[in-house]
Design a protein around this ligand. Structure first.
Ligand code: NAP
Length: 258
């Protein structure tokens, strides 16, 4: 049997808002496998909630990181350089679009809303990777980001978030190509809908959950634990031959033709 033991490995997990966050599901699985964790949250507002969660995972380092502020990313990189000296796993579970840009007509998305969604949800993958690159190189790192089917299909109400996910998935391939020779792998998980804070910002999300479960071959929705297990595969040595991929963890929904 192949045991997954991440003892002595270091993981930076970004984008935990609360216990429902997909990043939190991944953090829990990595912790169970023995990894040392640094979990980041977007701002002061989330600090208390994330501290309470992290209380259940002894030894976790908690840091604030707002990806629109480069100095906060650099502060995380400095801290990990001092404390760890290498980084074997990076989880990017960050996305944002303004409420008004998810509610209105996509065609009327203003420049500011478009730029903001792409900055936080897609550019941040490159920017964070670049700022922790020396650590990832030492660790022979593996990166996982979180995408959604709206990257490649028209999904009602996803609007600019679909555009951001398309850019994110292309960035995964381009980064995988560029960083492969440095022994760094980059992959995405395209997750089916899970009820989280970000997902609930999408108009009609509850109805979508129901329809998704009806149509998916497994006749249900996925859980954050299932996303966590797929991330464990991609982040660990089990996925050593996989890079530049988008792995669907969606109960099979994406294979359906109608
Ligand atoms: P979530 O718990 O709300 O996580 C999204 C995280 O992104 C939050 O912690 C949010 O913080 C953070 N974020 C937003 N702006 C940020 C910034 N400037 N700097 C740093 N962090 C920032 O929701 P989630 O569903 O787990 O989302 C995680 C990822 O999974 C996202 O990329 C999402 O698109 C993707 N995904 C989700 C689903 C789903 O159905 N839930 C399906 C497929 C893919 P704030 O709360 O402060 O904004």
């Amino acid at each position: 049997m192949y045991a997954i033991d991440l003892t002595g490995k270091h993981a930076l997990v970004m984008g935990v808002a609360n216990h429902r966050s997909l990043s939190w599901g991944i953090a829990q699985i990595l912790h169970q496998a023995g990894a040392r964790l640094c979990v980041t949250y977007a701002g002061e507002r989330l600090k208390g909630m994330v501290e309470e969660l992290a209380g259940g995972l002894p030894g976790v380092t908690l840091l604030e990181c707002d990806v629109t502020r480069d100095e906060t990313i650099d502060a995380v990189a400095r801290r990990l350089t001092n404390d760890w000296g290498s980084l074997e796993m990076l989880v990017h579970g960050i996305a944002f679009a303004r409420k008004e840009d998810l509610e209105g007509a996509f065609v009327a998305t203003p420049r500011e809303g478009f730029q903001s969604a792409l900055d936080v949800s897609a550019f941040s993958l490159l920017n964070v990777t670049n700022r922790v690159l020396p650590l990832l190189e030492k660790g022979g790192g593996s990166i996982v980001t979180l995408s959604y089917l709206a990257a490649e299909r028209a999904v009602p109400a996803y609007n600019v978030m679909g555009s951001a996910k398309a850019v994110l998935e292309q960035s995964v391939r381009q980064l995988a190509y560029e960083l492969g020779p440095r022994n760094i792998r980059v992959n995405a998980i395209s997750a089916g809908p899970v009820s989280t804070l970000a997902a609930r910002g999408i108009r009609g999300f509850t109805d979508m959950l129901k329809k998704h479960a009806e149509k998916a071959p497994l006749k249900r929705n996925v859980t954050k634990e299932e996303v966590g297990k797929a991330a464990l595969f991609l982040l660990s040595d089990l996925g050593s031959g996989v890079t530049g991929e988008v792995l669907y963890v969606d109960a099979g929904y994406s294979i359906m033709g109608w």
